[in-house]
Ligand binder design. Sequence first.
Ligand SMILES: [Zn+2]
Length: 325
Amino acid sequence: MSKVKYYYDPDTLSYRKIEPKKSKRYRNVFLFLLGSALFGFITLILLLNTNLVNTPRELSLQREVQNYELQFEILDKKMEQMEQVLANIEDRDNNIYRLYFEANPIPEEQRRAGFGGVNRYKSLEGFNNSEIIIDATKRLDIIQKQMVIQSKSLDEIAKLAGEKEKLLAAIPAIQPVRNKDLKRMASGFGWRTDPFTKARKKHWGMDFTAPRGTPIFASGDGKVIRADNNSSGFGKHIRIDHGYGYVSLYAHLSKYNVTKGQKVKRGDLIGFVGNTGRSEAPHLHYEVRKDKERINPINFYYGSLSPQEFENMLKYATQENQSLD
Ligand SMILES: [Zn+2]
């Protein structure tokens, strides 16, 4: 309440109330209103700063952050699935594929190695959610590296598989004369009686008795390195170099169907059974050599014989009869 002021009126000889000017009154009201507005405004600012009240914009930002958090959780689960699938592929890679093709397994540490040196995640530091973002980025980096290593490993395996296929095609692995053309398997690998001297000596191959002119087939892919009559005892004979240290030899032929230097595939007709050289009767003398050592061809006929046929051949081959040489 403003003080009431009085003045002395000499005309009426009494005190009279001084009426405040209208303009002053208005000013007071205005000041009061301004003060209230300022007070309200300051209170509002303080309240907003204490987070007790949210603006609509803040509310919408909060909802957005909540949505980001939810999406991050979903991505996190997906990453976990990716890691599991990758781990499974790596396991098969190490324990089946690489093992099968005789390649060394790739150690776990190498597949999951982190990144040393400079801090790659510096730009992600210093935020409220830095931890989860850095963690997810690190995981993704490792997944990416795992995939690169896995992809390289599969490239290597594809190459090894190609080589293995070549090796398998090259190994002398079929019988060089058809079963239906065989009179009998005359003699196997090992100690036999020499048909000419009757002395016991080692027979270095297998003899297949068949009529003169019976077709002879290459037992594996390779290159003809000899097709001539210049090796004592073998008569007309063919040697095929299969690579990987393997050479097969076909002797006592009547006729050639290939020439020196020619490339052949397994099963190609290379010549015909005969009785040339040191031979007692028409037959094919067949040898397999590995790194210049003569080895028993019987161990190589997988695939081309039925179990019964193999059994019979084994029976004949192990009989200690006289070879045909
Ligand atoms: Zn022989």
